[in-house]
Structures are given as structure tokens and as C-alpha cells.
Design a protein around this ligand. Structure first.
Ligand SMILES: Cc1ncc(C[n+]2csc(CCOP(=O)(O)OP(=O)(O)O)c2C)c(N)n1
Ligand SMILES: [Mg+2]
Length: 798
């Protein structure tokens, strides 16, 4: 029996050694392919415009061991990864080895249609889990993805057909300078973050140079303060073995006290320089000198480069050693440019190997000329053995990685009966009406707000659908029988995620929740609310969520100077232009509750669409593709029109505009408004037109969609489709050419002024260009010239 045990231990040991040996070969190949991919793009592929193509060989080399161990051994199909942006070539190389990326795309790295400079969910074809590029965002995104995973799995409707995954970020150490990382640490702590790993590529270099000494202590203290486990991977097995030799403690002491800059410089200079410096450090120490003596220059360089983050065995042990779901930061010591002549040089971020250096690397890796792209060229194991290994890699065991979900059906627009109401209040009532239903739609909605749930009118929804937490938390005020309109019970079935004030976190959460169908196989319909001006506070995360094609509704409210008494610090001006220009986001600013009801109903369906990018020939909008939705709402109550919404009117509301008062042949002026200025536009038209009906009123619900359709139809005409016509062109075709167009919006006038260019109407664009004031709505509209008198004056002015 003991003999048998011994035998199985030996077999296990042999298998492990073989496993490590194959990983070492795959690491070598990954390093070669990523270096070659960048070299090829910059120095071999014809380049007509003379601009540097770019790519980051040193940043990539820094992560090759970590990514090799993760992708070829540790990751499971349910895990999701955000790769450090500048290690994109390593990711593509790994996918190429898996057979999931084409050689053509690698040869065209950073080229038109080629593998992307930074991993992209939408533009790459090799199954990127999370896009990265704007440093820090991919890191924090993993934490919110984990929170969304917890949210989905806590629900009784969740199918839980797959195991829980780990959300993993491969983090450049300088990414930790980004404030959004700390905002998310705080939020993660509040929500009991789990299943999140951040592997920090601690090469102590950023773009410009070497980072400050002692940063490690600060980083570690911060993570610990938020309840994270810390695993420090400082020394590789070669170093640990050397420490055990006589004189080894001197070596360890040197490594521990060597300044970051010096370590990097010596890595760059190589073995002889290491020897000189180490001997200098130790003085006349027999044991230590002998330890160095036993190694050639190149062995010494390899020893000093054998930091934890480059040692396959150390990495594998560390990752496999995690047997809990607590959030974990691995601080993996690395060398930027490891294994290449760029190693350690402070200017290596954008540095690339010369032709001579890549040639030396090619020879060192036994890659024959002309065989640079061959997957297994120069490796010790046979191609068959390597194919067998790759086929058995757990990461690929369950395909596809992107999941699909059935459509959540509409329950129709929720019409209200109020005669006077603001769009913000209507939003609250419509959500409340949805919350009362026992529909799949109501169950799939998840709301979130950065500490403004009540003031953005989510209160009624939250009271009915409760807040999310993994465990029940009672409402103490309610238990203590203190009267309050808000009942804040937290339960696993709760459907509102209450966030702290950091708006970045809202958009990161909306991004993650908006990918739940694809990441976790369960559709969510996320709605986030925030004060409209503070969209700017989370703008990069909003852009990032859209870039990843996440699907959500963001409600910016209150908005504009209509907010009156709150003053300039809270009044949004530029947000309609954000709505107009942000790709992936259909922006609306309804004036009336019935419009909002139609838009929300349409929005829930639009979020779920996944069709082709062909434009709809009626509007020239890419509506089959779907996207996210932005609703800019107001706290200003407006008298509601008494009307029945016909299908045609509902369609026009979605398309972006309809005639509230259509133009007659005698029409002289069109007043076109968007949002809360509806009442001023109507009043001005009444004053001017009287019964003569020479003033038409165009109600615009979406300058964004009108603009997008106009551009697309124009392009189609340029390409020969002479009949292409967009919604705004069709509307303005009814307006005599001599008519004056007056546009009005409680926001930047450029949102609507372009409409003058559609059919060449002379245009006066009214709006707000300068920071707001305190005052009544009347005061402020008068101040900015957007009251009825101001609009009327713009109409009559010669
Ligand atoms: C938000 C943002 N700001 C600036 C940049 C430009 N930039 C790209 S990489 C980089 C430094 C990265 O250093 P680190 O994260 O340590 O990665 P390394 O290359 O050292 O592995 C900077 C400033 C960026 N990509 N995103
Ligand atoms: Mg770095």
C-alpha cells in the first residue's frame, strides 16, 4: 500500500513537471508571437501613411507568464477576464494557439479589420470578455460583473445552469493610479464582493518611467482595508532555491532593498552588470561570491529576472491555492519587457525591438525564417502532443462563451391619467405601474442609482420591489415604527442596487448588468438614474459601457435650467450634446408623459435587439441592431395634451419628432422644441399665429435620432441611393423654403441648430450656453431668452 502511494505521488510529480514544461513552451511561444505580431505590423507590413503603427512589446512581455498560466491551465469556462489593454497581443497570441484567432488577423494587428490594439468585445472576433483601453475601467468592471453575477444568481428565476465564475482583471500597476479603482473598492466592500481576482502586473513602470518606491506597502494596505486577500508573488522558484544556498540570504536582502529604478536598470544591462553590482553590495563575502560564481552571466540574469510574476510554477501554485471566494489581489512582481532586450529600460513603454534584436530573439527561440507564424515552431514537444494539451485546456471546455437569452416581452406603454405632470414624476409613476404587474418584464428590471434614488423618483419602485443584498437586512426605521414613505428592505430578491455617490460606479454597474445576458445567460433590463449634469462625472465609464455594447437605460434627471432654484452647479447644459454624439446610445428628451410611456416600452425592446447593422430605409436608423437608451427628464410639471396615441404618432415619437401643429401652405415659421420648453413653444406659437396658422410647431423627442438618420440618409445618397430620406427630411419637406426655423431647448442650442442645414431654412437657435442661475423658472427662461416672449421675439426679428 505505501509503495502504491509512493508510486502515485511520483506519477503525479512527473505529470506536474510535464504540465509545467508544456506551459513553459507555450509561454515562450506567446512571447514570440506577441513580439512578432507588433514587429510585423510596424516593420514588415507595408504602411502607406508613414505613421508609426505602434504596439507594446514590453507591456506584453511583462504579462506573458501570468496569462500563459491563467489561460492554459487555471481559467474555467465560466470565468471572465479583463486583460490589461497593452497586453492585447498576448491575448490574441493565446487565442491563435487555441485555434480561435486567425493568422490573417494577427498579420493585420492594428490594421483595418485586424486584431485590435486593445482587446475589444465588439471589434475583435476572438471572444474578448471585457474590452479594455481606458486604464482602470476594465479593472473595476470585473468587480461590478461579479456583483451582477451575485444579483442574477440570487433570483428565484435564475436558471443557474453554469457554475459561478471568477471575474479576473489583469492589471497594470499604474492603473492603480486611477480613482475609479478605489471608488469601486469601496462599493465592492459594501456589497460583500466575491469571486473577484485582480492580478497586478507589478513591473514598477508606467508609461513615462519608474514608479515611486514603497508603493507596494500602500497598495497592500488599501486592499487589506477593504477586506481583500493579498497574495504577493515576489520570488520565483529559482530565486527561492538560491536563497536556500549558502550566502542566499544576502541575495534576498539585495532584492528586497534594491530601488525600483536600479533593479530595472540592471535588468536592462544584463548579467555582467548584475554581477558587478551584487559583488559591490556584499563586499568580500565568500559564500555569496561563490553563489554568484556558480552562475554564468546569462544564468545570473535569468535568476534576477525570475520574479514571482514570471515563474510559471509560482504562479500556478498561487492561483490553484485559492480555495475561497473572497476578493483577492495578487501582487505579481514582474519586469517590463521580460525576456526581451527591452527589459527594464525606463523608456520601454512604446519602445520596440530593432530588426537585429528580433532576429536574435527568433534564433534564440529556434524559429526558422519564414516560419514565424507557425504555432508550434521550435518547441520541444511534438505538435500532436501540444494539440492534445490545448484541446484539453479547461478554459475552452464549454463553448460558446457568449450566451443568449430569450426575449423579455413588452407589457405595452403604461399610460397615466394626470393632467399636469413632469417627465420625472411620470417616470416614477410608470415604473410604479410596471412594479405592480406580475410580468417577466417587471422581474427582469434592475434599477440602480448613486445615492439619488428618491430624488430621481425611484422611491415607489423601490418600495414595491425592494433593495438587493445577498442576505436580508430589515429597515430599522420601519421596525422602530418611525413613519417614512421609504421602506428600505434588503433581500436577495430585491431589484434595486443602491450605490454610493460615485457616478463612475453607476455606469460601470450599468455596463456589467447590461451584459448579463451574454456573460451570465440571464437577461437584465437595467435602469440607472442620476442627476443629469453628473453624467459628465461618469462619462468615460458611460462611453466604455457603450463601447462594449452593454444594454441599459440611463435617466438623467432633473435637467437643464428648468431645475431653477438649485442653481448653476446642478443645471445641465451640455448633456443633450453628449446624447447626440455618444455612439451606442439613443438619446430622448420627451416633454409629455405619454411620450415617455411609449419610449420606455420601445426602449425595453430596443435594449434586447441584436440584429444586423443595416439601416431601416424608413428612418435610416440602425434600429435592428439595438443599443442603450438615455432619457433626459425634467422636474417641471407641464399641462398634458389630451390625445389618443395613434400607432403613427407613437412611431413618430420613437423616430424623434412629430408635428404638434403642422405647417400650412401659408406657414412662415416653424418653432421646433425639445423637452420642457414645450409649453413656451406652444404659447409663443399661439401668441404669434393666432388663428392664421402661419406658425407650425415641431415637437422633437430625439435630436439624436433625427440627426443620426439625417447623416445616414445623406451618406446613402452620396453612395447613389437617391431616394434615401430620413425622418427629419420628410418632416421638413412639408415646410416652405422661405420659412424661418426657431429651435428651443433647455440645453445647448447646438443640439437643434443643425436642423437649419437639413433643407436650408434660416434658423435661430435658442438655448442655454452659460452656467445657470438660481431663480424661478420664469426668471431663468427670461434670462436665457427661452421663455415664450424670447421665442416670439426670435420669430419676429427681422
Ligand atoms: C485613462 C487612460 N489614461 C492614459 C492612458 C495612456 N496610457 C496607456 S498605458 C499607460 C501606463 C500604463 O502603465 P501600467 O498600467 O503600469 O502598464 P505597463 O505597461 O507598465 O504594464 C498610460 C498612461 C490610457 N490608456 N488610459
Ligand atoms: Mg507597469
Amino acid at each position: 500500500m505505501p509503495q502504491k502511494l509512493e508510486k502515485s505521488a511520483i506519477e503525479h510529480d512527473t505529470a506536474r513537471r510535464e504540465h509545467l514544461a508544456v506551459l513553459a513552451q507555450l509561454m515562450e511561444k506567446t512571447l514570440w508571437l506577441s513580439s512578432w505580431m507588433i514587429h510585423h505590423a510596424n516593420h514588415i507590413r507595408p504602411n502607406s501613411d508613414g505613421l508609426k503603427v505602434g504596439g507594446h512589446q514590453a507591456s506584453s512581455a511583462s504579462l506573458t507568464a501570468i496569462m500563459t498560466v491563467l489561460y492554459f491551465s487555471v481559467l474555467r469556462p465560466e470565468d471572465r477576464v479583463a486583460v490589461k489593454p497593452h497586453a492585447s497581443p498576448v491575448f490574441h497570441a493565446i487565442q491563435y494557439l487555441f485555434g480561435r484567432q486567425s493568422r490573417e488577423k494577427l498579420e493585420n494587428f492594428r490594421g483595418y479589420g485586424g486584431a485590435q490594439s486593445y482587446p475589444s468585445r465588439t471589434k475583435d472576433s476572438d471572444d474578448v470578455d471585457f474590452s479594455t483601453g481606458s486604464v482602470g475601467l476594465g479593472v473595476a468592471f470585473t468587480a461590478f460583473a461579479s456583483l451582477v453575477q451575485d444579483y442574477v444568481r440570487a433570483k428565484s428565476w435564475s436558471r443557474k445552469t453554469r457554475p459561478e465564475g471568477r471575474m479576473i482583471a489583469l492589471v497594470g500597476d499604474a492603473e492603480l493610479d486611477e480613482g475609479n479603482v478605489y471608488e469601486c473598492l469601496l462599493e465592492g466592500w459594501k456589497h460583500g464582493l466575491r469571486n473577484t481576482w485582480w492580478v497586478i502586473d507589478y513591473n514598477r513602470q508606467s508609461l513615462d518611467g519608474v514608479v515611486r518606491e514603497g508603493l507596494y506597502d500602500r497598495i497592500e494596505a488599501i486592499f487589506r482595508a477593504f477586506g481583500w486577500e493579498i497574495v504577493t508573488l515576489k520570488y520565483g522558484v529559482l530565486q527561492r532555491a538560491a536563497f536556500a544556498e549558502p550566502g542566499g540570504e544576502k541575495l534576498k536582502q539585495f532584492i528586497d532593498t534594491c530601488p525600483n529604478g536600479l533593479y530595472s536598470a540592471l535588468m536592462f544591462r544584463g548579467g555582467a552588470a548584475w554581477r558587478e553590482r551584487l559583488l559591490d553590495h556584499a563586499g568580500d563575502q565568500g559564500d555569496f561570491a561563490a553563489l554568484l560564481e556558480r552562475r554564468s552571466d546569462s544564468e545570473l540574469a535569468a535568476l534576477m529576472g525570475n520574479l514571482g510574476g514570471h515563474c510559471i510554477e509560482t504562479l500556478l501554485e498561487a492561483f490553484e491555492g485559492i480555495n475561497h471566494d473572497r476578493p483577492t489581489a495578487f501582487i505579481a512582481y514582474t519586469v517590463k519587457g521580460w525576456g526581451t532586450p527591452l527589459a527594464g529600460h525606463k523608456d520601454n513603454h512604446a519602445g520596440q525591438m530593432t530588426a537585429a534584436q528580433i532576429e536574435t530573439l527568433r534564433q534564440a527561440m529556434s524559429v526558422r525564417e519564414g516560419h514565424e507564424w507557425d504555432r508550434f515552431e521550435g518547441l520541444a514537444s511534438s505538435p500532436a502532443a501540444l494539440e492534445e494539451f490545448l484541446a484539453a485546456v479547461p478554459f475552452n471546455a464549454d463553448q460558446p462563451r457568449r450566451l443568449h437569452t430569450p426575449l423579455v416581452a413588452s407589457i405595452g406603454p403604461q399610460m397615466l391619467s394626470e393632467t399636469t405632470i413632469s417627465t420625472q414624476a411620470a417616470f416614477g409613476k410608470i415604473l410604479d405601474a410596471i412594479a405592480r404587474t406580475e410580468s417577466d418584464l417587471a422581474r427582469r428590471i434592475v434599477t440602480a442609482s448613486p445615492d439619488v434614488s428618491v430624488s430621481t423618483n425611484l422611491g415607489a419602485w423601490v418600495n414595491r420591489r425592494q433593495l438587493f443584498a445577498r442576505g436580508d437586512i430589515a429597515d430599522i426605521f420601519s421596525n422602530e415604527k418611525i413613519p417614512s414613505t421609504q421602506k428600505w428592505w434588503f433581500t436577495p430578491e430585491g431589484q434595486h442596487i443602491e450605490l454610493g455617490i460615485a457616478e463612475m460606479n453607476l455606469f460601470l454597474l450599468l455596463g456589467a448588468a447590461g451584459l448579463s445576458h451574454s456573460l451570465f445567460g440571464e437577461r437584465l433590463l437595467p435602469i440607472g438614474t442620476l442627476y443629469d449634469p453628473f453624467i459628465s462625472r461618469g462619462l468615460d465609464a458611460l462611453n466604455y459601457a457603450c463601447y462594449q455594447d452593454a444594454r441599459f437605460i440611463v435617466v438623467g434627471t432633473p435637467s437643464g435650467v428648468s431645475l431653477a432654484g438649485e442653481g448653476g452647479a446642478h443645471q445641465s447644459i451640455a448633456s443633450p450634446l453628449i446624447g447626440l454624439s455618444q455612439d451606442g446610445l439613443a438619446a430622448f428628451e420627451p416633454a409629455f408623459a405619454d411620450e415617455l410611456a411609449v419610449l420606455l416600452d420601445w426602449g425595453f425592446d430596443y435594449l434586447q435587439r441584436d440584429g444586423d447593422k443595416e439601416p431601416d430605409p424608413r428612418t435610416w436608423l440602425r434600429d435592428k441592431t439595438g443599443g442603450s437608451v438615455y432619457l433626459r427628464l425634467s422636474t417641471r410639471p407641464l399641462a398634458q395634451p389630451v390625445r389618443q396615441l395613434t400607432p403613427a404618432l407613437s412611431q413618430a415619437i420613437v423616430d424623434g419628432a412629430y408635428w404638434l401643429r403642422p405647417p400650412e401652405p401659408s406657414c412662415e415659421t416653424v418653432i421646433a422644441y425639445q423637452g420642457a420648453l414645450a409649453s413656451e413653444a406652444i404659447e409663443a406659437a399661439g401668441r404669434l399665429g393666432g388663428d392664421r396658422r402661419n406658425v407650425a410647431v415641431l415637437a422633437i423627442t430625439s435630436a439624436d435620432r433625427l440627426n443620426a438618420g439625417w447623416h445616414a440618409a445623406g451618406k446613402a445618397r452620396l453612395l447613389g441611393d437617391s431616394g434615401a430620406m430620413s425622418h427629419i427630411e420628410r418632416l421638413l419637406a412639408e415646410v416652405p423654403r422661405h420659412c424661418r426655423l426657431v429651435t428651443a431647448i433647455d440645453g445647448h442650442p447646438a443640439t437643434l441648430s443643425w436642423i437649419g442645414g437639413v433643407a436650408g431654412h434660416r434658423t435661430v437657435a435658442l438655448g442655454v450656453e452659460h452656467f445657470g442661475q438660481t431663480g424661478t423658472v420664469g426668471d431663468l427662461y427670461r434670462h436665457y431668452g427661452i421663455d415664450a416672449a424670447g421665442i416670439a421675439q426670435a420669430v419676429s426679428h427681422k
